[in-house]
Write a protein that binds this ligand. Structure first.
Ligand code: NAD
Length: 360
């Protein structure tokens, strides 16, 4: 290809493609982000970085990525529009801010930061440099969570009286996850998913009370119970890391009807007080509609995207917001609120007292 044509092709590609650099080539980027990027037609991952040479080289080879670095500062010198930070949580704030200072849009895996102050610094740095922030919180983007949100907004359930979430994970993995100075502890590192569901459905939270039942030395399990007192409703959050099958549930009780979601299976059940068969028949067409949409959406089905649908819809939304120069559906400020509520739960555990929430 002649130099002129090469240059022309490159500039056309730059016009239609967002060039992404990924920092951190571990579990989440390998099994979640890269499979999603393969589905987004306007996105090309052109550079990757991991502190571990073998990891980044294997990653680059497996995903056909042209450039591989072991120093993220080298990656930041590449021609990119977006940098995706898939690192352990203690590195999110310093590296996300550095990315934004270079006028690059930034995607940050959850938890956005180790504290609400750090989250605020990231948001401010992005605003100052006029770049967009995608604070990953994939649970919010699961289609059934979005469906439930629209049912609530339409008043189908009546006013919300209680919000209950349950998360059960396997035992805490070794490495950085076991060190709270690197991960923020399980309640932040993983419980943030759950807390964001409370942020979504519970309005005007006034106080939090939390307890922990630490059995790590007994059977490697740890259990948290968090009660969120809102002006007109109560939220309860049960989080457990230990042996057993992973489960994530969200249940809403409304003044008219109630609803439950099995988040992992992307299933939504509504209970409008009628008998079960009639309820099914009533919702059959709607459910058939969802099922057909899923069956015929070959992009999703063929690539086994069901467990990572949340990432798929959030990243899709983010790149669409870049294209239309609008705000992403989930703001950094809402995610910062989730982190602040986790901090309050941690404070409650430390003091044994209910913690009041200001400015809600
Ligand atoms: N949204 C979700 O459901 C979900 C699921 C899993 C993980 N995560 C989040 O993703 C992030 C990463 O988790 P993971 O499971 O992929 O961890 P991981 O340990 O598998 O991967 C992290 C990678 O970062 C690399 N790394 C560490 N320091 C580095 C540095 N200074 N420069 C370059 N590379 C460096 C490591 O070598 C490793 O390969 C965490 O914040 C985690 O909470 C989110």
């Amino acid at each position: 290809m002649s130099g002129w044509l090469k240059k022309k092709t490159a500039s056309v590609r730059a016009w239609i493609m967002y060039r992404v650099g990924v920092i951190g080539c571990g579990y989440v980027s390998r099994t979640w982000h890269l499979p999603v990027y393969r589905q987004l037609k306007d996105v090309e991952v052109v550079a990757a970085c991991d502190i571990d040479r073998t990891t980044v080289e294997t990653f680059a080879k497996n995903f056909g990525i042209g450039k591989a670095f072991t120093d993220y500062k080298k990656l930041l010198e590449e021609e990119l529009e977006v940098v995706d930070v898939c690192l352990p949580p203690h590195l999110h704030a310093p590296i996300a801010k550095e990315v934004a200072e270079r006028k690059l849009n930034v995607i940050v895996e959850k938890p956005l930061a180790l504290s609400s102050n750090q989250a605020e610094e990231i948001i401010q740095t992005c605003n100052k440099n006029n770049v967009k922030l995608c604070a990953i919180e994939d649970f919010v983007f699961f289609p059934m969570v979005q469906k439930l949100k629209s049912l609530v907004e339409d008043g189908y359930l009546g006013s919300i009286i209680s919000v209950n979430t349950v998360i059960r994970r396997g035992p805490l993995e070794s490495g950085w996850r076991q060190d709270p100075t690197l991960s923020g502890g399980p309640l932040l590192e993983d419980g943030i998913h759950q807390m964001m569901l409370h942020v979504l459905f519970l309005k005007k939270i006034q106080a939090i009370y939390a307890t922990v039942h630490d059995r790590l030395s007994v059977d490697r399990s740890i259990h948290y119970q968090v009660t969120l007192r809102a002006r007109d409703a109560i939220g309860t959050m049960e989080a457990c890391w230990g042996p057993g099958v992973p489960e994530i549930y969200l249940a809403l009780f409304g003044s008219k009807y109630s609803a439950r979601i099995d988040v992992y299976r992307n299933l939504l059940f509504t209970n409008d007080g009628s008998n079960f068969l009639w309820l099914d028949a009533k919702n059959l067409l709607k459910r058939l509609g969802y099922a057909l949409k899923y069956i015929f959406n070959t992009r999703i089905r063929k690539n086994k995207l069901l467990p990572i649908l949340g990432h798929y819809y959030q990243l899709k939304d983010f790149f669409e917001s870049m294209k239309s120069n609008s705000e992403p559906a989930l703001s950094g400020n809402l995610v910062k609120k989730g982190i602040m509520l986790i901090e309050s739960a941690q404070k409650s555990i430390a003091t044994g007292q209910e913690v009041k929430i200001m400015n809600e």
